[in-house]
Design a protein around this ligand. Structure first.
Ligand SMILES: NC(=O)c1ccc[n+]([C@@H]2O[C@H](COP(=O)([O-])OP(=O)(O)OC[C@H]3O[C@@H](n4cnc5c(N)ncnc54)[C@H](OP(=O)(O)O)[C@@H]3O)[C@@H](O)[C@H]2O)c1
Length: 228
């Protein structure tokens, strides 16, 4: 039977590469992006790929997506869309509007998407919700300070997904968060250590092996644990 994956923010970067690899592997890919008109890279992906318009911060669009997908199980939901708040400023000069925007995208939206689609995940074979977080969200591993909006948004995402892993255990839904590595995308920049291809391949291999006992973990792209 064909497996279904839904990936948010799939127009570029890690999301696009995940879409490419799952499609090449024969999965049905529901790829979402904010601007379907500008989704030429996604349109070029070979395989069973359906593109949906979704700004993850727009509750109305999230609800419309859930209605569109009604009756179609989602084996794997990947909350990938994210932003850094690159305009984030240092302490003493913080921009609270940007902080709120980053929080809406990185922390609130993945929970909203999961809440809207959870019944479709529950109806699937695999029953897996993956959120792409960041090591920057680890409080324990924060040795450099700064990045107030990004770090706090990913820490909040981690906390929310941990709760979700507990709340959904009874429905046998697995919930994990990943650090994808430092990846050469628009966000990671050209000096990053991993290509999107390597990051996606390694995460996919780990995702393949996950069982319910892994639910609630904060995983590096290679499957090792990251301290909260
Ligand atoms: N690259 C790294 O080194 C790295 C490290 C740690 C964690 N991560 C995480 O990995 C994930 C993917 O990052 P990336 O490196 O692929 O970044 P990217 O190349 O900057 O891509 C970000 C993606 O998120 C989408 N997005 C942003 N805001 C959105 C919104 N409101 N609604 C829908 N989509 C939205 C973007 O869509 P548009 O094209 O419409 O802007 C784009 O598709 C993010 O969650 C990021 O925090 C990345």
């Amino acid at each position: 039977m064909t497996s279904n994956v839904l990936i948010t923010g799939a127009g570029r970067g890690i999301g696009l590469e995940l879409a490419r690899q799952y499609a090449a592997d024969g999965w049905r890919v529901r790829a979402t992006c904010r601007d379907t008109k500008g989704a030429s890279a996604l349109e070029g992906v070979y395989g069973d790929v359906l593109i949906h318009r979704l700004d993850v911060t727009e509750g109305v669009q999230v609800a419309a997506l859930a209605r569109d997908l009604k009756g179609e199980p989602i084996d794997l939901l990947i909350n990938n869309a994210g932003m850094t708040g690159a305009r984030d400023r240092s302490f003493g000069n913080l921009d609270y509007d940007i902080w709120e925007e980053v929080f809406r995208v990185n922390a609130l939206a993945p929970v909203r998407v999961a809440e809207a689609l959870v019944d479709l995940v529950a109806a699937s074979e695999r029953k897996l919700i993956v959120s792409i977080s960041s090591r920057m969200g680890s409080i324990d591993a924060n040795n450099d300070g700064g990045s107030y909006s990004y770090r706090s948004s990913k820490a909040a995402l981690n906390a929310a997904m941990k709760s979700l892993s507990i709340d959904l255990a009874g429905r046998e839904i697995m919930v994990v968060v990943f650090h994808p590595g430092w990846v050469r995308t628009d966000m990671g920049g050209k000096s990053a250590s991993l290509s999107a291809k390597q990051s996606a391949e390694e995460m996919r291999a780990v995702i393949d092996r996950l069982t319910l006992s892994d639910s609630g973990r904060f995983l590096n792209y290679d499957g090792t644990d990251i301290p909260w």
